[in-house]
Design a binder for this molecule. Structure first.
Ligand code: GLU
Length: 424
């Protein structure tokens, strides 16, 4: 039995149904009873807020936002806030469940949460974006806090948005509350190393997978979908480790560069033209063809639900590392597994971001800032331990890495739930 926050359209990819069925499957593999499985699947709290914003024109526009706390048995809720026109309650619920699993997989003391506003932020002025952020932060303020639920950046939200949320909550509480959000600038309680931490985690997982498969990084051609917060640093990190990024897509299209993209040259080009298109010497291809380009490793690093059955069937790469949240549909995952393409799942591959957030939060609570070396040393250790433990269990269980990660995550959540018992 699956408890759904919302009646879904059966014809569309529904990320909530996907993650809840994965949790259910993991629960059955672990021999959990239906009551426990339902308890783990069901979000604890769903808040929907109306966000009225005075636009520069003087008109007031209404937006809708959500904050969902999925499970708090292992600790306070943790998860980003995204601003995107496609945001809806099912998507946020699914992403909040992903966060519960992700935090359990990397064994950090958090539950899962997620938030979002249905809005196209590129159509807003800076003032409109600030007013939208502050009103949304005000509306979810009763639900968040350093020991309750700690938001962070996600798609289309950044350090500036986190600063406004931190300031709004601090004003409401009457004292500085840096630990209420992570992904802040250094000057107001951020941490060295947060920017790029997700990409570093993806890189660590990619190298760990190559090591297990006994392949050398120097022989790998990579295609990456997305040149944003996660995709852009990845081009550099993977190239520095000897891989060739031969294909890259952004919202404008895709480029094919068989000899490998030069990260510095691309960054300069992107600064000038605000797009990867037109990168000198690149062949321009349709974004849909990205994963068909001759390659060894595929990395989706943008939106969810993009690796469908059709994309998976035509994928050229021999392995995939999920930098985005929920990039693969159930059908897509079925095709990849029948083609024996190993996939490092999102809840492990992209967990570097939330691990960095954990370190930032810990520093804020202590009021004691770490040096970059300590940050990187701990991030690498946490990611390596998580990868190794999932890999070892995967060999024992003989199921895909995704199912293994779900088993480990659900097992840890179930253990905490059992230990705590049921109130009242
Ligand atoms: N948005 C990131 C994620 O999906 C980071 C979340 C966080 O740091 O709380 O993992």
């Amino acid at each position: 039995m699956v408890t759904r926050p919302h009646e879904a359209n059966p014809d569309e990819f529904n990320p909530w149904l996907r993650i809840s069925s994965l949790i259910e499957k993991a629960g059955h593999l672990l021999g959990l009873d239906d009551g426990m499985i339902t308890r783990i699947i069901t979000p604890e709290r769903i808040l929907e807020v109306a966000v009225p914003v005075r636009m520069d024109s003087g008109d007031v526009h209404m937006f809708t936002g959500w904050r969902i706390q999925h499970n708090s048995s292992r600790g306070p809720g943790k998860g980003g806030i995204r601003f995107h026109p496609s945001v809806n309650v099912d998507e946020i619920a699914a992403l909040s469940a992903d966060m519960s699993i992700k935090c359990a997989v990397v064994n950090i003391p958090y539950g899962g949460a997620k938030g979002g506003v249905k809005v196209d932020p590129s159509a807003l002025s800076r003032g409109e974006l600030e007013r939208l952020t502050r009103r949304y932060a005000f509306s979810i303020a009763p639900m968040i806090g350093p020991d309750r639920d700690i938001p962070a950046p996600d798609i289309n939200t950044d350090m500036q948005v986190m600063s406004w949320i931190m300031d709004t909550v601090s004003m409401l509480r009457g004292h500085n509350t840096p630990g209420v959000v992570t992904g802040k600038p250094l000057a107001i309680g951020g941490t060295l190393g947060h920017a790029g931490a997700t990409s570093l985690g993806v890189t660590i997982c990619t190298l760990a997978l190559l090591r297990q498969l006994e392949r050398s990084p120097q022989e790998q051609r990579v295609v990456i979908q997305g040149y944003g917060k996660v995709g852009a640093p990845l081009v550099k990190l993977l190239t520095e480790r000897g891989m060739k990024v031969v294909g890259l897509a952004d919202i404008h299209g895709a480029i094919h560069v068989p000899e490998g993209i030069d990260p510095e040259k691309l960054a300069l080009h992107f600064d000038e033209s605000k797009s990867i298109m037109g990168y000198p010497g690149a062949e321009e291809v349709h974004a849909d063809q990205l994963f068909e380009l001759p390659s060894d490793i595929a990395i989706p690093a943008a939106l969810g639900g993009v690796i469908t059955e059709q994309v998976a069937e035509k994928m050229s790469a021999a392995m995939m590392v999920e930098a985005a949240n929920g990039p693969t549909t159930g059908e897509g995952a079925g095709v990849l597994s029948s083609r024996n393409i190993p996939v490092v799942p999102d809840v492990l591959a992209n967990a570097g971001g939330v691990v960095a957030s954990y370190f930032e939060w810990a520093q804020d609570l202590q009021g004691f800032m770490w040096e970059t070396e300590l940050f990187h040393q701990r991030l690498e250790k946490t990611m390596h331990e998580a990868f190794d433990s999932i890999w070892e269990r995967h060999l024992q269980l003989e199921v895909a890495l995704r199912d293994t990660a779900l088993v480990v995550g659900v097992e840890r959540i179930a253990e905490a739930t059992k230990l705590r018992g049921l109130f009242p």
